[in-house]
Design a protein around this ligand. Structure first.
Ligand code: M6R
Length: 363
């Protein structure tokens, strides 16, 4: 049942304010304390966290690496499961390994989990489907509470994965004594504000639809982001490729002049994901480099960012102001809506893109 939407993907995008509030309420109590299912995770005694997933899940892990390292001072390794399992890397003592999977059945992720058995101190599953192989074979299961996701392109599962990982990073920061009382209160309040902000962000839909019609004419599209926004650029490019079949690539903005700038001309839209955060000035100089070469920049930012970016951008999408730490959760919305409307404009099969399956149970 698409509940009046044209596609399951549209329905699942629209459901995010509700499922995110639900996911948050399962982990964050009204008094601000966090609850993890038994046997929990002793972050104070961990030296390293290993985060393994495939596809969109890998990008959620990539965002979480910034959170665990910056908020909790906990070193994090991330990898795609297919590389990890065959590289057979050493798994250090005092480490936990976390396997993130919407379906809980992805073959490579399951194999990576089995490889870590008896090596990592704890095996953690972050899954949507709790009756899945990955959940069954883990010591600790953290459900993301996204509800059934039917669209092959993951949307609400991605943001719910981020929500659970955000709560875990907060728990890690507390356990490791890394937050002052006021930082803690700020982060909690900002996390609580997110479902409402996501609701507001969905108002960009008519603009995303208009811009999507223009993007549909492109052959190649570039996504740029810095810091916590780099994994979102990767996710935006993946989503667009999957459902619109337009070639899209993502780069960390600072990598632009190490190669991809050679691609820039007026036929390649460049989508810059840049909330007004501590790295915003750097993103502005990257945008100027693109515009100086005739590139068409679509800036996804907030009011302050749009003001400081000045003139010359091709298109803008204005997002609500958000705490920069949790911004990746909010900027998933424009990434999804742009991909969706570009695909609709091209007339592709949004919910069942060619060559893809919802659950990849073979390598
Ligand atoms: O079920 P999983 O989270 O393990 O699936 C992993 C990937 O196959 C999945 O995220 C895929 O990349 C999606 N189609 C992305 O939209």
């Amino acid at each position: 049942d698409k509940a009046g939407h044209r596609h399951f993907m549209a329905k699942e995008i629209a459901e995010q304010p509700v499922v995110l509030a639900e996911a948050l309420s399962r982990y964050l109590r009204p008094d601000g304390s966090l609850t993890l299912p038994e046997p929990g995770l002793d972050f104070a005694n961990l030296d390293r966290l290993v985060l393994i997933a495939c596809g969109t899940g890998h990008y959620a892990c990539h965002v979480a690496k910034y959170w665990f390292e910056q908020l909790a001072g906990l070193p994090v390794d991330i990898d795609v499961a297919s590389e990890f399992r065959y590289r057979e890397p050493p798994v250090p003592a005092r480490s936990a390994a976390l396997f993130l999977s919407q379906s809980g059945e992805t073959a490579d992720t399951l194999a990576a989990l089995r490889y870590c058995k008896g090596k990592a101190d704890r095996l953690v599953a972050v899954v949507n489907v709790t009756e899945s192989s990955i959940a069954r074979e883990s010591d600790l299961v953290l459900p993301i509470h996204a509800g059934v996701e039917i669209g092959v392109a993951s949307t609400k599962a991605f943001t719910c994965q981020l929500m659970v990982l955000a709560c875990l990073a907060l728990e890690a920061a507390r356990a490791r004594g890394r937050l002052t009382g006021s930082e803690d209160a700020r982060l909690v309040a900002a996390l609580r504000a997110l479902p409402g902000l996501v609701h507001q962000a969905l108002d960009i839909e008519p603009e995303a639809e208009r811009i999507g019609r223009k993007l549909a004419e492109a052959r190649d599209i570039l996504f740029l982001g810095r810091g916590r926004m780099y994994p979102l650029a990767l996710e935006g490019a993946l989503k667009l490729k999957e459902i619109s079949y337009i070639h899209a690539e993502a780069y960390a903005s600072g990598e632009l002049k190490h190669g991809p700038i050679a691609l820039i001309d007026d036929s390649v839209p460049v989508i810059v994901l840049a909330p007004h955060d501590e790295l915003f000035d750097k993103s502005v100089s990257n945008m100027q480099e693109v515009m100086a070469r005739g590139g068409r920049v679509l800036l996804v930012s907030d009011r302050k960012g749009a003001e400081e970016a000045g003139t010359g951008v091709w298109e803008e999408l204005a997002m609500p102001q958000v705490d920069p730490v949790w911004a990746p959760l909010l900027y998933a919305i424009p990434a999804q809506l742009l991909a969706y409307h570009t695909a609709v404009a091209k007339g592709t099969d949004v919910d069942q893109p060619r060559n893809l399956a919802k659950s990849v149970t073979v390598e």
